[in-house]
Ligand binder design. Structure first.
Ligand code: ADP
Length: 256
């Protein structure tokens, strides 16, 4: 059975400082459909958004954001649990840091537990452990963590559900003539130098961290699919009907 890592960012999951429950429900329905056909690992942001509606601290301080995320994480999981139960799916929470995946021994421990979950049809939901690491909280919004998860946990593909429907030749929010790239085999040196421009205060990713993730995976022979997370039709077509309509597929070039 193929293994898929689905990453969803804060933009898709939240609206005006709180969890957007309809979009979350659509995501859960989609992941449940996928789960009937694939082994699925979900990497989810949203702890800060979930916590901020309960604890309104100044998010300019990293320690405050850590505290907000700590308040929010159980609320986020509660929402997931309630929603996945409607589809008779069991979920498990994993809080990881990139350094957990740097050490072979720690990766093995995390991997063993993930494997047992997958074997028993449990959907692991991974977020960064914001109390011991702040990389993704400061910068990354789980884009990089999800690429590490996809690689170290042997997934066939990473699917990034974004606030944009793919990767364009220019920033489409600034250039109306920007064109979407359907297939990308390599991240060029220029592309890897695109500066990080987080698009808002909850979401800390931006296109740069997505390209970094794509580069990491492509160099290791793995694929990544980036598509719209608000409307999941392209994700459904690609993963459930094997039709590449919208979205950008980053995949290694086949050598014949
Ligand atoms: P997510 O919500 O998935 O974490 P982000 O908002 O962090 O997504 O990053 C995607 C944003 O990056 C887009 O909404 C767009 O504003 C910006 N962006 C900059 N350059 C590009 C590009 N070449 N292609 C697509 N998006 C781009």
């Amino acid at each position: 059975m193929k293994r898929v890592v689905v990453k969803v960012g804060s933009h898709v999951l939240s609206e005006q400082n709180r969890i957007e429950k309809t979009r979350m429900m659509n995501l859960v329905e989609f992941v449940s459909l996928l789960h009937d056909r694939y082994e699925v690992i979900l990497v989810s942001s949203g702890a800060v958004a979930a916590g901020y509606s309960k604890l309104k601290l100044d998010k300019n301080f990293i320690s405050n954001r850590q505290a907000i995320a700590s308040v929010g994480q159980p609320y986020l999981m509660r929402e997931y649990q309630k929603k996945f139960e409607k589809f008779e799916k069991l979920t498990a929470q994993f809080l990881l840091t990139a350094s957990d995946l740097d050490s072979r021994k720690r990766t093995k421990f995390a991997k063993n537990a993930i494997e047992v979950c997958l074997k028993n049809k449990v959907i692991p939901i991974i977020n960064e452990n914001d109390t011991t690491a702040t990389d993704e909280l400061v910068f990354g919004d789980n884009d990089q963590l999800s690429a590490h998860v996809a690689y170290y946990f042997n997934a066939d593909i990473l699917v990034i559900l974004s606030d944009i429907d793919g990767y364009y030749d220019k920033d489409p929010r600034k250039n109306s003539e920007a064109k979407i790239k359907k297939i990308v085999h390599q991240i060029s040196e220029d592309e890897s130098k695109i500066p990080n421009e987080p698009t808002d205060f909850f979401a800390t990713g931006g296109i740069a961290t997505k390209l970094k993730s794509a580069d990491f995976l492509l160099k290791r022979g793995k694929s990544m699919f980036m598509c719209d997370g608000f409307n999941l039709n392209d994700a459904k077509s690609f993963l459930l009907n094997e039709e590449h309509q919208g979205g950008t597929l980053f995949c290694p070039k086949m050598v014949d």
